[in-house]
Design a protein around this ligand. Structure first.
Ligand SMILES: Cc1ncc(COP(=O)(O)O)c(C=O)c1O
Length: 489
């Protein structure tokens, strides 16, 4: 019991310093507080501080310099990942079975969920939302008895238009259609501009939900090389648009999933121009757009849209309440088609939920909520990265995401994330294996880890255990003399 308390104490001290680093208060190369000073400040023993610093050192966050103390470590240059290299031909998608197997297995409450990209319950303002919802139900009972037909409640659309100013957009409430989550928005957009058999270009790796939509609509995916920091390769996309009859392009321009990349503004502008030049609509997914770690909000590619060919999709699933299923789309010149499809697809989005989100955006402290989420996620991502570097096999690389709460991890060639997934599940730990994020079953040596969950010692142990299992797998394949597969990275 006592040793557990000591463990919690030094982890908490390490957590405080880690927050100072991830929030940018302590910069790379700067000295962290001396052991004596921190021990006085925190009212803990010298040995507790030393243990905390050793932990941060193991995680690669700080380094000891002889006679000088501890310093924030500069980023490891070797950890940078290269641009991906998917096949250049379009293909039908078949990820659904793997995705549902992985997501179903993780439903067991005993499983440590490092697979699904779900934010922790305690980070969501559920109690406040619940109070607002009850008050609105009492005040406006008609919200329970009317069909909320498209485009959705004006109060909410106005708030969305106002909030999107942060992303450099200047559309009005009339330009917005409320949907059931971002997933429905993306689905409607794709149906509005493409039909079965058509080719859709998208980042690689990409969010498996996008692949599932393409699969369900009988379209083909054309995976485009993507840089882990700067996003989709415009050179590769330009070539693909010359060579293939691309009908739509699906891009997460800011804080992508799973890479966490954000395209530079100039690249976003060029993306819009490139696609408009070919008459190809851009479906932009900004579901993580508010969860950036940088000081300023990223611009949406939509902000450069002169011809109305960009369809901007987002939701409140990652920032307020995934269970509400409140999302939206600003579909530009495809407004009419999307509105019609929304009605056919689900008639509307529950009014009570729309009004509750509108009220939260107007008076609930949404900006404060976003600031606290960004801080929490930045800290968890840093801790997760540290544990990956500490426990995963030599040569493992991990993204340094521009925001959000997932890490993309690339194991050394020869590692098999599907086999690792099976072994981890046997120990009650779910991970998301790389092939879920590709139409061509690539990324066999990669996995995505969710760091947005409730952060406990059990989560840290689970992360470390996945690393140990990966090491054991690699040692096994090395003994068997297995060669790296062509699908590695
Ligand atoms: C990139 C991306 N887009 C869309 C979605 C779906 O969002 P929603 O839950 O609002 O439907 C997700 C959910 O994980 C996502 O990661």
């Amino acid at each position: 019991m006592e040793s557990e308390n000591i463990a919690v104490l030094y982890e908490s001290v390490a957590g405080d310093i880690s927050t100072l680093i991830s929030s940018g208060t302590l910069l790379p190369g700067e000295r962290v507080p001396s052991v004596r000073r921190l021990s006085r400040q925190k009212h803990v023993s010298i040995s507790t501080v030393l243990q905390a610093y050793r932990l941060l050192e193991n995680r690669g966050m700080i380094e000891a310099r002889p006679q000088s103390g501890y310093f924030v470590r500069r980023a490891r240059p070797a950890a940078e990942m290269a641009v991906t290299n998917p096949p250049s031909t379009p293909r039908p998608v078949g990820v659904h079975d793997l995705v549902s197997r992985v997501l179903d297995a993780a439903k067991d409450p005993r499983v440590v969920k490092l697979g699904a990209a779900l934010p922790a319950h305690e980070l969501m303002p559920s109690a406040r939302l619940g109070r607002m919802l009850s008050a609105i139900a009492r005040r406006s009972p008609e919200a329970l008895t009317t069909y909320a037909v498209p485009p959705g409640r004006e109060e909410l659309r106005r708030q969305i238009a106002r909030h999107s100013l942060n992303w450099g957009c200047n559309f009005t409430a009339d330009d917005v259609i409320v949907t059931n989550g971002c997933m429905e928005a993306l689905n409607l957009c794709l149906r509005a501009v493409a039909k079965p058999g058509d080719i859709v270009a998208l980042e690689s790796p990409t969010y498996f939900g996008l692949l599932q939509i393409i699969e369900s609509l009988g379209m083909k995916a054309l995976e485009i090389p993507t840089h882990p920091r700067n996003g989709i390769s415009l050179e590769a996309l330009a070539l693909a648009c010359e060579r293939e009859k691309v009908k739509a392009c699906l891009v997460m321009s800011s804080v992508s999933n799973p890479l966490g990349s954000t395209m530079p503004d100039a690249a976003k502008k060029r993306l819009v121009q490139l696609l408009a030049g070919h008459g190809i609509p851009l479906i932009e997914d900004m579901v993580y757009g508010d969860l950036h770690f940088g000081a300023t909000a990223p611009r949406a590619a939509k902000s450069y849209d002169k011809q109305g060919t960009v369809m901007l999709c987002s939701s409140f699933s990652k920032t307020l309440a995934p269970g509400f299923r409140v999302g939206w789309v600003a579909p530009g010149r495809y407004q009419e088609q999307v509105s019609k499809l929304k009605f056919i697809s689900s008639v509307g989005t529950p009014e009570l939920l729309q009004l509750t989100v509108a009220e939260f955006l107007a008076n609930g402290g949404y900006d404060r909520q976003l600031r606290s989420l960004r801080r929490a996620f930045a800290e968890r991502i840093e801790r997760g990265r540290g544990l990956v570097f500490e426990h995963f096999p030599e040569g493992t690389r991990a993204t340094s995401p521009a925001g959000g709460f997932v890490l993309w991890v690339e194991l050394p060639p020869g590692a098999d994330a599907l086999a690792l997934y099976e072994s981890a599940m046997q120990e009650g730990i779910s991970i998301a294996p790389g092939p879920m994020f590709s139409a061509s079953s690539r990324y066999r040596n990669c996995l995505r880890l969710n760091c947005g969950c409730t952060w406990t010692p059990a989560v840290e142990r689970a992360l470390a255990r996945v690393g140990e299992l990966a090491k054991a797998h690699l040692a096994g394949t090395a003994r068997k003399g297995k060669r790296p597969s062509a699908n590695d990275r």
